[in-house]
Design a protein around this ligand. Sequence first.
Ligand SMILES: Cc1cc2nc3c(=O)[nH]c(=O)nc-3n(C[C@H](O)[C@H](O)[C@H](O)COP(=O)(O)OP(=O)(O)OC[C@H]3O[C@@H](n4cnc5c(N)ncnc54)[C@H](O)[C@@H]3O)c2cc1C
Length: 526
Amino acid sequence: MKPFAAPVDDILFTVEQIGGASRLAGFDAELAREITAHFAAFAEGVIAPIDAPGDREGARLEGGRVRLPAGFKTAYAAFVEQGWTGLTAPEAYGGQGLGAVLGAIVSEIETGACQAFNMLVNLTPGHIRTLMAFGTDDQKARFIPPLASGRWLGTMCLTEPGAGSDLSRVCTRAEPDGGVWKLSGEKIFISGGDQDISEGIFHLVLARTGAPEDGVKGLSLFACPSALEDGTPNAVRVTRIEEKMGLHAQPTCQLVFDGARAELVGAPGAGLTAMFTLMNHARIDVALQGVGQAARAHDIARTYAAERIQGRGRSIDRHGDVARMLAEIDAAALGARAMAHIALVTMEAGDDPWLLEFLTPVVKAHCAQAGMRAAETAMQVLGGYGYLEEYRLSQIYRDIRVAAIYEGTNGIHAMGLAGRLLRLENGAAFDAFARFAAAHQPSPGLARAFAAWKAARAHLETGVDPGPIATPFLRLTARTFEQAVWTRIAAAADHHPDPTRIRRAAAVIARQAARTEADLAEMIAG
Ligand SMILES: Cc1cc2nc3c(=O)[nH]c(=O)nc-3n(C[C@H](O)[C@H](O)[C@H](O)COP(=O)(O)OP(=O)(O)OC[C@H]3O[C@@H](n4cnc5c(N)ncnc54)[C@H](O)[C@@H]3O)c2cc1C
């Protein structure tokens, strides 16, 4: 099995040359290179080795507590010891204040090494961001330092048995009780809802303070630590962990809040707005999970194909069809990373909120698909060996599959784009994307894709029901974005250590431009 190797050169190339991180105040390219190299070594040496054994052993529920597989506790202790938990936390609260771009680099590498580990630790930056935006000074002072130091890990508690995509159906209740709030209800599918690697768990919970008929306007956000200030356990119990297709080391928990003490974060009734701060961050993180797994799948397939001899004594990567598959995976991973980095830098710069609103669902859905497709194609490259557990492609496929489901299903994102966003402020988000695409150096592929996208937008604006055509529209949009991004990547190829590889991948994407016309035809037929 090919050991994990972090794609450091690709990441730095994209961050600096395509994502445009240098326009962010405080981004230091030299420091970014140093930290990336340092974390890559840590992930390769400490995190990656727990991935396959963790998948085999899985998390268990024993005596009402979750036990993670062997090695997770030690790996997390080393992660904390090296200060990775506080990388992006403000210095005033014990962090290093290094900014979300570095956080994203670390998060992608974590996923390539072990997605289950990434999911245990990757909510912390979003929690801190949410507390910074909505918490009181006192809450920031009490909650951020234990998150930054790694004493606590966080969860995000939204989903309930009757409330998945539709959060207006959340029933968990919050009642005021002598200066505090008490939460009662059941949450399901909560990632890391319990574990035995951090001292405490910081639950951010969406609960109802208004009447059921208030829908999402009756929801508020609560901070609910797993232990009270005097050390006694809070009334949060894990009642089961789900048996899943993948991510066996990541406990997906059912939690019961039985009068658990909690504090309101932000204004009553504004819970969803506050939760969106966390979720928008998490959506770009999910996009990077797709990227990390796509890159890992490519690395495994590329290495295998260079060694496997079949047909006239040649290694299989010299056969046209295998070379095609490898180039497609490579191009998909490189492009998806560039798209995610552009969304991330737009988020951090804060200078084009409509563009960010537009790009977030697109990168979430596209990069999740890129990860899934990459794993699937990479299996094909390995033939029968791809189907075996030994080469880990099966685990990548099983683990990344959820990226299209959580943080809003890809279908819900497609509907949000083709429905709500199309009409919001007279199409301001669509106009922002049109300006973005038009600002790129023209290429035949981009011209074709952009023309199809404009026709698709016009079709949606005729008032057709977006439901059945929302997914082809999101796909077409992602391909247009991809064509635009690849004009940048191709132009910057000489800044990459392997320009030939970049040009080969650019040619693959250019050849795919006609697919946008097929998406358009599907929309019009639909
Ligand atoms: C491994 C894993 C980890 C998770 N971690 C967390 C977590 O940490 N915290 C948390 O709160 N949740 C978590 N979730 C839950 C996840 O966010 C939900 O599963 C997801 O939001 C979808 O909700 P649902 O499963 O109820 O599906 P449903 O909402 O029932 O959707 C089923 C299908 O119907 C479609 N659909 C639903 N409504 C509409 C509509 N209005 N228009 C068009 N299509 C629609 C969906 O796109 C989907 O295809 C996790 C889930 C998994 C599997």
